[in-house]
Design a protein around this ligand. Sequence first.
Ligand SMILES: [Zn+2]
Length: 205
Amino acid sequence: MEQMKVLREETVEPAGHFAAEIHKNQVLRIVDLEGQQVADLVTVSAANLAEKLSVMNTINLNKQVFPRVGYVLYSDEARAMMTIVSDTCGVHDMLAGACSSFTNEKRYGVKNSRNCRDNLAAALKPWGVAWKDVPFNMNVFMNCPVGADGNWSIQAPKSKAGDYIDFRAEMDVIAAFSNCPQIYNACNAFRLKPLKAVIYEYSAY
Ligand SMILES: [Zn+2]
């Protein structure tokens, strides 16, 4: 028999961020504590900080735009970094990228807003990853439907309080996420909420 052994558990405040080194076969769980809150997630190889999540490789190697159980996050060297092994929500996004002060100014006319690109850079700073080297990301719990004609929009998340998604590490990775501070569109249903990060592994007993 195997038992879930929690190694770390942390509430991530609204607009906050999280990062941790996760060893191969350990699992990162992101919990949407109140529902309708997005996490922008990136992965970097712990052994080689130059090898990072590639959204494009991930979409074309999975032949699927929408992440789901069994979906693999691939690096820019087309190696498996993490696999989604559980998911109680079912609606996530690979296309939206991360909000930045630049896109917030372009789209909404606001300057110096809190944003996911800065959050991810802050989360990865302890490993020496520069702002420009932060890869683009998966959007956990984000709801961006694609229409038959290719039209694309940001809608309120489908996630409910307590929904979670589990990512199993396929290599030693640094996983970082931003608790998205976006308030200018429906991405977080116009209210910022906490998330929870849990790292666990299975141990025999
Ligand atoms: Zn964001």
